[in-house]
Design a protein around this ligand. Structure first.
Ligand SMILES: Cc1cc2nc3c(=O)[nH]c(=O)nc-3n(C[C@H](O)[C@H](O)[C@H](O)COP(=O)(O)OP(=O)(O)OC[C@H]3O[C@@H](n4cnc5c(N)ncnc54)[C@H](O)[C@@H]3O)c2cc1C
Length: 629
């Protein structure tokens, strides 16, 4: 199911822009040397040349910070110099007054562009609640942390050398180009800087890396597929964190068909895990739009949900045991195929959903299931979200445990998919809402068919479904899921938006949406609402895109914070959660304290303190540690 969905790493734009900048620089040098025997801008040309150097000075330090906008800026400046060189070479302006005029115009243009750029960034930094190109520093400054930072700077080079000895130099990446893929988050909201990226191949190597970092007080950011949506797997901007990628640890260690379980390493990509289960004639039900890239370690660390939670539960429910490297480098060996084990605290559940802040998951024992005899999907068109809830109730009643998926999508979300992926046409386009249902039947295809048709007939009789179609073959079913899974990708194509991942009882979702839509219309008129999600689990992605003609970065700058406040306030008032499945990361770390019970927060801090007293594992994610904690 939905195996067609893929994700791409957000590095192409960075690489292209950087290559363009460097190519421009090379061209400029070659041409200047060839035509004039020296670098033209450095020839005596008066004060305008000095002015022209200003933007260059501004741009060059940015290269070392590897910021995308700097490369763009550098390219622009160099190309303008280049054009000027061409004008000089092919015109007869010589050293005349016309040349001075040309240089004046060019310099003023460059200077204005530079000033405008600086002003825009300064203004954005004043207004934006979360600047789109920066990962905020992971922790507030206090003496213990500052001391540890100083220690980090002092030890960074010897640490890199030690890591190279441990893993082999090819698995410790330090070149800016190699780091970029790991340093930017999937949504391109945030770009951090790491000291290096390490790619261990075994649990022992992970343990050695953690011990080496812990000795020097250097913090570690674990990363799986880097598809997380809350900026949890990329480094902060200090340039002093070690990014630990689990991607080389992707082995399926063992399939225990008779125990319906599997042991896999943390870096195993979810789709490969599904295939391994399938090859054994079994089924691993976790399924997300990002399954072609995300890893089981990341899934467990975020307690991922997806489209099958209704029947099989989320990642936590699918896990039987974990192997974890602790903050001091010790290995907690908890792989187990046991369904029952009441020998004390359930330690694995500490690490599931902790987003890499309590330990590094290196392997997992997971539940497998018999493959259903038949999996059948239906697409229904509905007039309202209330009708979607009614249909969900009927589906529970008529399909019982067979109901394995119940997704809803509003018309605008489906329109975006059609716009960005024209080959993906949703079955019904004229209705405000559509629902995608899945029935997993353990009897037969005929049984499933009869059940699903009976449900749809009843729903149409009762007036809650306006139109419906059943996927008659696997390719139709895959197409339906592909449309559903492409919403997140279509949003990304459309531009930055304010994302929410809220959880409520399914019955209270219509009231929430009605009230929030109304208030939002007043707050940010013209906003476009992309509403979709796993209604069967009471989980809605209530996402807000700016009006058609606005720049999405400007919209985010002006409205993200008030929209977040509005949505979170309304969810909280109805007893819901501000994060159903994506987690907290660094995006919501400062929001969480407003909506979480203070006792729960205090206990979380105590747990973090006892498992990671030096705050080495993914600091500044999930919960901020205060000096008094
Ligand atoms: C198109 C798309 C669709 C998505 N759909 C869903 C969905 O339906 N449901 C859902 O829940 N999520 C969804 N997501 C979000 C994301 O895919 C999940 O959060 C996923 O579980 C992240 O896995 P990852 O391997 O990419 O983890 P990463 O993004 O690399 O990391 C996520 C977090 O886990 C930590 N981490 C990663 N690996 C480890 C490890 N081995 N040990 C300790 N900590 C670790 C990281 O430090 C970070 O805090 C979607 C994302 C995209 C892009």
């Amino acid at each position: 199911m939905n195996s067609n969905s893929t994700t791409t790493k957000p590095t192409q734009e960075v690489r292209l822009t950087q290559n363009a900048a460097l190519l421009s620089l090379l061209l400029l040098i070659v041409l200047c040397v060839a035509w004039e025997g020296s670098w033209a801008p450095l020839k005596p040309g008066g004060s305008w040349l000095a002015l022209k150097a200003l933007p260059l000075l501004f741009a060059v330090p940015g290269i070392f910070k590897r910021r995308l906008y700097t490369y763009r800026w550098l390219s622009l400046v160099i190309w303008l110099y280049f054009i000027e060189g061409v004008v000089r070479a092919y015109s007869d302006v010589g050293d005349s007054a016309r040349l001075a005029g040309l240089e004046t115009a060019l310099s003023v243009l460059l200077f204005m562009a530079c000033a405008g750029h600086v002003r825009a960034r300064f203004k954005a930094s004043l207004l934006a609640p979360e600047p789109p190109h920066k990962t905020p520093s992971t922790e507030p400054a206090f003496s213990q942390e500052n001391a540890s930072k100083a220690k980090q700077f002092q030890h960074s080079q010897p640490l890199i050398e030690e890591l190279k000895t441990l893993l082999g130099p090819q698995h410790v990446l330090t070149a800016p180009l190699d780091l970029m893929a790991y340093e930017q988050d999937w949504r391109k909201r945030s770009t951090g800087r790491s000291l290096c990226v390490v790619r261990p191949a075994s649990t022992l190597e992970v343990s050695q890396v953690v011990k080496a970092c812990a000795r020097r007080g250097v913090s570690i950011v674990p990363q799986g597929g880097n598809t997380g949506l809350v900026v949890g797997s990329t480094p902060d901007e200090s340039g002093q964190q070690v990014l630990l990628s689990l991607q080389r640890m992707k082995a399926v260690r063992a399939v225990y068909a008779d125990n319906l379980s599997i042991d896999v390493e943390a870096g195993c990509v979810l789709a490969q895990l599904q295939e391994a289960a399938s090859a054994a004639g079994l089924f691993f039900p976790l399924s997300l739009g990002s399954e072609g890239s995300c890893t089981i370690g990341g899934n467990l660390s975020t307690n991922a949900g997806g489209t099958q939670v209704l029947r099989y539960g989320n990642a936590r429910d699918l896990c039987l045991g974990l192997e974890v490297v602790l903050a001091n480098g010790e290995i907690l060996q908890g792989l187990s195929g046991l369904r029952k084990d009441n020998t004390g605290y359930d330690l694995k559940n500490l690490f599931i959903g902790s987003e890499g802040t309590l330990g590094i998951i290196t392997a997992a024992s997971l539940k497998l299931f018999p493959r259903p005899q038949s999996t059948l999907n239906a697409w229904a068109a509905l007039n309202s979200l209330e009708d979607c809830v009614l249909l969900l109730g009927l589906a529970h009643e008529k399909l019982g445990a067979g109901l394995s998926g119940f997704e809803v999508m509003n018309q605008y979300a489906l329109g975006l998919v059609g716009k960005h992926f024209p080959t993906l046409k949703a079955p019904f386009q004229a209705y405000p809402w559509c629902a995608l249902m899945e029935l997993s039947d353990n009897e037969s295809h005929e049984h499933a068919h009869t059940q699903l048709l009976a449900l749809l007939e009843l729903a149409m009789e009762q007036g809650c479904v306006q139109n419906a179609t059943v996927a008659e073959n696997l390719s139709k079913a895959a197409q339906m899921w592909h449309i559903r899974e492409s919403i997140t990708l279509a949003q990304a194509q459309e531009g930055l938006n304010v994302k929410h991942d809220i959880s409520l009882s399914a019955a209270s979702i219509p009231a929430f949406v009605e009230q929030t839509d109304r208030e939002l219309t007043e707050l940010a008129p013209g906003s476009r609402l992309i509403n979709f999600g796993h209604l069967g689990d009471g989980n809605l992605h209530y996402n807000v895109q700016g009006p058609e003609d606005t720049n999405s970065a400007d919209f985010l700058r002006d409205f993200e914070s008030p929209i977040n406040d509005l949505v979170h306030r309304n969810v909280f008032a109805l007893g819901g959660s501000i994060s159903a499945e994506h987690g907290i990361g660094s995006l919501k770390v400062d929001t969480l304290p407003h909506y979480k019970d203070p006792q729960a927060l205090a206990l979380m801090r105590r747990l973090k303190n006892s498992l990671d007293p030096e705050n080495i594992l993914n600091p500044g994610r999930v919960i901020r540690m205060s000096p008094h904690a």
